[in-house]
Design a protein around this ligand. Structure first.
Ligand SMILES: Nc1nc2c(ncn2[C@@H]2O[C@H](COP(=O)(O)OP(=O)(O)OP(=O)(O)O)[C@@H](O)[C@H]2O)c(=O)[nH]1
Length: 816
C-alpha cells in the first residue's frame, strides 16, 4: 500500500487532480496540494464514498464495538473514508474568508461532499451515545454554505483519525476488532516463527499468576496484539527488541543478528532497535511491516463519532501569545478581571492553568500559560487544545522576534489568529504601524480587506477588552465548536503538580463528555479515580463539561501537560491501561535515543517510499543576512523528489521552542554559526529532533541538495569530545589570553578542534593550542576539573564563553 502523489492517482483513474486533493482535504487529510502523497486505496475510498450513489453498505463502525475495541480503522480503508478525520457538511468548520483567518487562501469546501456515504447523520442507530461519527456531523451535514477547510476543526481532530501526513507525525493504527475477543493469550501462536498473518508476537501467557490478579478480567485488547488479514502488514511495536522483531517477522533470532552484523550493527537479543533499524531488517527479509507507536494507540486518542443531534456548542479555548513584555500576562489578568466586574463569577481566585470568562452569556476558556513554547510543547505531544490564538503586539514596540515565532507556531498548528494590539494608552503607541508590519507577514487586517481581526486594547486601562471578547466569539462561531456532553469524558491535561497537602493535582480540559466524581480516568501512564473536582473559581463542583477546565484530585501521579485523558469503565482498567502505556513509553524512549523522527539521511528514502515528500526546516542563524541567503538558496534547490520548506526562521541560538516546533512538525533544525542553548540539545535528544549545525551556507545547501537527491553520504561526522566553561581569563605576555576554564562535560584534549560559543552563537572555530593544569602541559582534562586553555590564533575569550572540543571522523553509512 505504497503512497502515491495525488496527481498520479488522479491520472491513473481519470480524475481531476485538484478536485481529488480538495475532496481529500475535505475528508480531513493533510494534503496541501496535488503533489502531496497518500495511500492510493484510501484516496479511492474517499472518492468512492463521495460518489452520489446510495446504498453503500458501510462496514462495522467503531462505535458499534465495545470501547476497548474502538481503535482506528484498518489502514486499508476497510472502514471507508468515513472513519477518517473528516467533516463534510457545514459542521465544525470555519468560513474561508472569516475573521481571524490566518490561513487565507484555503480552498472553499464543498459542503456535504466531504463526507463518505453511510456516515451521515441518521445513518446509524441512535442512542449509542459514544458511537463514532464523522466529525463533520457536528454541522448536521446539511452543508449549507459549508466551506470545508484543509484544516480539520477541533472536533475533527477529536473525533477523527489523524491523517497520515498530519503534523505531529502520528501514524495509523489498525483496528483490531478481534483482539479483545481473543483475550490475553489469544495472539500467542500467531506470533511465532511462521506465524503468518498474526504478525505481532504474543509471548506465551507468561504466567497469569505473575500478573496482578484480575488485570485480565476486562478482556482488554492488548496493545501489541492486533488482528491482521493475510494481506495486511505486520504490526511491529516501536521499541521492540531483537528478539521481538524476530518473532514479529517469523525469522530465527540468529538470522536477525547476522543480518544486523552485515549492516554493521552488533546487537544483543534484548537490545531495543530504532524504528529505522526495524524497517531495514524487515526490508532485508522482504516483510511488509508497519511500526506502531504507543501514541498511535487509539485507546489513547480514540475515534469519536457523535450524532449531530448530540452535539452542543462548547466554549472556545484561547491561548495568548506574543513577544516578551508586550503584555500577555497583563492581558490575561485584565480579561480575568472583566469577569469580576461583570459580577458573573464573584472573582477568579484560583490558578488552575485556565479560567473562563463570560461574554454575551457564553463562556470563553483562556489557557493561563501564555506563550508559544507551552502551546507547541502540547502540540508536540499530539494535543491540539487551542482553538484560537490571541497574538499580543505592543503598539509602542511593533513586531519583534517572538511575535514572528508566535505567528509561525500558530500557523504550523493551523490555528486562527486574532491580533490584540496592546498598550494603546501609551505615548508613542502606533496601532497602524503594527498593522502594516503584520500585513508584511501575511496577517492582513479585516478592515483593510484582509482576513485577520485586530482589536486595539490596553491591559492597563482595560480599554476595549469587551471588543476583544466579542471578536474571539465571532471567530469561535465560525469554527462551530461543538461536543457531545452526554458521554464519558475525554480531553487533555493542561497542568499538573504535586501538592504537598493534596497529592497530585491535575488540571484537565474537557473536550468531550462530562467528567464526574467517582470516574476512573487514565492519562498517559497515570490513572486515578476522581475524588474531587475544583473549578477555576476554587469552587468544588460535581461535574465538568466540554470546554471546562477543572482541577482533579485522585490521580496516582502527575501526567504531563498535553497528555490525552479519558474516562474508562473501571479503576482496574484505568490502572492496566496506564501500566501498559508506561511500559511502551519506556521502550520507545530507549529506541528514540538511537533514532530520529526525521533526519536528512533518510529524507530521500522516505520520499521514495512515499512516507513523506516534505522536508520541513527550522532555520536559525547568527545574523539576519544569513537567514535570507539560506532561504534564497533553499528556494533554488530542485524540488523534485522532496519539497523543502522553511516553517520557521530566526536569529539567535537554537532554543527550546525551535525544538518543540520541529518535534511537532517533523522538521530538521539547521543552525548557522549558532548552537542549541539552554535545554535545547537535551530536548532534541528526547524528542528525536535532528539538529545540524554549519558554519558556511554553501555546505548546508550542498548537504540539503544531496539529501533531497538521495546522494547524501554522512562522510564526515562530527563527534563532540566535551565542553568547558570559561570562568576567568588571564593574559600572559608570550602566550596571549589563557581561558581559565572548568570542564563541564566529556573532556578537553590538546590539539582537538574547538569552537567558542557566546550566547548561543559561534564566534570562533579553530583548535586548542595548549592545555595546562597547574602550569603543567597536559594532554587531556576530564569533566569536573579546571584547566587553562589557549586557542590557536584567538585572543577574544571572555568569561562565560563555552568551549566545545570536537573531532571529525569519517564514518560508514549508518543503518537508516
Ligand atoms: N501602559 C501599558 N503598560 C502595559 C500594558 N500591558 C502591559 N503593560 C506593562 O508592560 C510590562 C510587561 O507586561 P507583561 O504582562 O508582564 O508582559 P508579558 O508579555 O506577559 O511578558 P513576559 O511574561 O515576560 O513574556 C509590564 O510592566 C506591564 O505593566 C498596557 O496596556 N499599557
Amino acid at each position: 500500500m505504497a503512497k502515491k502523489r495525488i496527481a498520479d492517482i488522479a491520472d491513473t483513474h481519470g480524475l481531476n487532480a485538484k478536485e481529488l486533493a480538495k475532496q481529500l482535504q475535505e475528508a480531513g487529510f493533510s494534503v496541501p496540494s496535488p503533489n502531496s502523497t497518500i495511500d492510493e486505496k484510501l484516496a479511492l475510498s474517499v472518492v468512492k464514498a463521495n460518489q452520489p450513489t446510495n446504498g453503500a453498505s458501510h462496514p462495522q463502525r467503531i462505535g458499534d464495538l465495545p470501547p476497548e475495541q474502538r481503535r482506528q480503522r484498518p489502514a486499508d480503508g476497510r472502514q471507508g473514508g468515513g472513519q477518517q478525520r473528516q467533516g463534510g457538511g457545514g459542521g465544525g468548520q470555519r468560513q474561508g474568508g472569516g475573521p481571524g483567518g490566518a490561513r487565507g487562501g484555503r480552498p472553499q469546501g464543498q459542503g456535504p461532499g466531504g463526507r463518505p456515504q453511510g456516515q451521515g447523520p441518521g445513518a446509524r442507530p441512535q442512542g449509542a451515545g459514544a458511537g463514532p461519527r464523522p466529525a463533520g456531523a457536528s454541522g448536521g451535514g446539511a452543508g449549507a454554505g459549508g466551506s470545508r477547510s484543509a484544516r480539520p476543526t477541533r472536533d475533527d481532530q477529536r473525533t477523527g483519525e489523524r491523517a497520515p501526513a498530519q503534523a505531529g507525525g502520528r501514524r495509523r493504527v489498525v483496528i483490531d476488532s478481534q483482539a479483545a475477543r481473543r483475550g490475553p493469550g489469544g495472539g500467542g501462536p500467531g506470533g511465532g516463527p511462521g506465524g503468518g498473518p498474526q504478525g505481532p508476537p504474543r509471548r506465551p501467557p507468561r504466567g497469569r499468576g505473575r500478573r496482578r490478579r484480575g488485570t485480565y478480567d476486562d478482556t482488554i485488547a492488548p496493545l501489541d496484539v492486533q488482528a491482521q488479514s493475510a494481506t495486511d502488514k505486520v504490526k511491529v511495536n516501536s521499541g521492540s527488541t531483537v528478539k521481538d522483531v524476530a518473532e514479529y517477522l517469523g525469522v530465527p533470532i540468529p538470522e536477525i543478528i547476522k543480518k544486523l552484523m552485515t549492516l554493521g550493527e552488533m546487537a544483543t537479543l534484548t537490545q531495543t532497535l530504532a524504528d529505522e533499524a526495524i524497517q531495514v531488517i524487515a526490508d532485508e527479509f522482504d516483510k511488509e511491516i508497519e511500526i506502531v507507536h504507543a501514541a498511535d494507540d487509539v485507546d489513547i486518542e480514540p475515534t469519536y463519532d457523535d450524532a449531530a443531534e448530540d452535539l452542543v456548542e462548547r466554549p472556545p479555548v484561547v491561548t495568548i501569545m506574543g513577544h516578551v513584555d508586550h503584555g500577555k500576562t497583563s492581558l490575561l489578568d485584565a480579561v480575568r478581571e472583566t469577569e469580576v466586574t461583570a459580577g458573573e463569577a464573584g472573582g477568579i481566585t484560583q490558578h488552575i492553568g485556565a479560567y473562563q470568562v463570560h461574554h454575551n452569556g457564553k463562556a470563553i476558556t483562556f489557557l493561563d500559560t501564555p506563550g508559544h513554547q507551552a502551546f507547541t510543547a502540547m502540540r508536540a505531544r499530539g494535543a491540539k487544545v487551542t482553538d484560537i490564538v490571541v497574538l499580543v503586539v505592543a503598539a509602542d514596540d511593533g513586531v519583534k522576534p517572538q511575535t514572528e515565532e508566535a505567528i509561525d507556531h500558530a500557523r504550523a498548528a493551523d490555528v486562527p489568529i486574532v491580533v490584540a494590539v496592546n498598550k494603546i494608552d501609551k505615548e508613542g503607541a502606533d496601532p497602524t504601524r503594527v498593522r502594516t508590519e503584520l500585513t508584511q507577514r501575511d496577517l492582513q487586517p479585516a478592515e483593510w480587506g484582509g482576513e485577520i481581526e485586530y482589536v486595539d486594547v490596553s491591559a492597563k486601562t482595560k480599554q476595549n477588552l469587551e471588543d476583544l471578547l466579542e471578536t474571539i466569539q465571532v471567530v469561535a462561531d465560525l469554527e462551530e465548536l461543538k461536543a457531545n456532553p452526554n458521554v464519558e469524558a475525554s480531553g487533555h491535561v493542561i497542568e499538573s503538580k504535586l501538592d504537598p497537602g493534596r497529592g497530585p493535582v491535575v488540571t484537565l480540559l474537557i473536550d468531550r463528555g462530562t467528567l464526574k466524581i467517582g470516574d476512573a480516568v487514565v492519562a498517559g501512564a497515570d490513572w486515578g479515580k476522581v475524588r474531587a473536582l475544583v473549578d477555576y473559581k476554587g469552587d468544588r463542583v460535581k461535574e465538568a463539561h466540554p470546554g471546562d477546565p477543572v482541577e482533579v484530585l485522585g490521580f496516582d501521579g502527575v501526567p504531563e501537560a498535553g497528555e490525552f485523558f479519558h474516562v474508562v469503565e473501571s479503576d482496574k482498567r484505568a490502572r492496566v491501561l496506564a501500566a501498559e502505556r508506561a511500559n511502551r513509553l519506556k521502550t520507545e524512549s530507549i529506541a528514540r535515543r538511537s533514532g530520529r523522527k526525521v533526519s536528512l539521511e533518510d529524507v530521500f528514502t522516505r520520499a521514495k517510499s512515499g512516507t513523506s515528500k516534505e522536508l520541513n526546516l527550522v532555520v536559525k542563524a547568527d545574523v539576519a543576512g544569513s537567514l535570507e541567503a539560506i532561504e534564497d538558496e533553499i528556494a533554488k534547490l530542485p524540488q523534485t523528489e522532496v519539497f523543502a520548506q522553511v516553517i520557521h526562521r530566526g536569529v539567535g541560538g537554537i532554543n527550546e521552542s525551535d525544538i518543540m516546533l520541529a518535534a511537532a512538525s517533523d522538521a530538521v533544525v539547521l543552525g548557522f554559526n549558532v548552537r542549541p542553548v539552554g535545554d535545547a540539545a537535551a530536548i532534541a535528544d528526547r524528542e528525536g529532533v535532528e539538529i545540524r549545525t554549519y558554519s558556511v551556507i554553501y555546505r548546508a545547501i550542498e548537504e540539503l541538495r544531496a539529501a533531497m537527491e538521495g546522494m547524501l553520504e554522512p562522510e564526515e561526522v562530527e563527534e563532540s569530545l566535551g565542553r568547558a566553561e570559561v570562568r576567568q581569563t588571564f593574559r600572559a605576555s608570550r602566550i596571549g589570553v589563557i581561558a581559565g576554564s572548568y570542564v563541564t562535560e566529556g573532556m578537553i584534549r590538546r590539539g582537538a578542534k574547538c569552537r567558542l560559543v557566546r550566547d548561543g552563537t559561534v564566534v570562533y572555530d579553530g583548535e586548542i593550542e595548549s592545555l595546562r593544569r597547574f602550569q603543567e602541559d597536559v594532554r587531556e582534562v576530564q569533566t569536573g576539573f579546571e584547566c587553562g586553555i589557549v586557542l590557536r590564533n584567538f585572543q577574544d575569550v571572555k568569561e562565560g564563553d563555552v568551549l566545545e572540543a570536537y573531532e571529525t571522523k569519517r564514518v560508514e553509512r549508518e543503518l537508516t
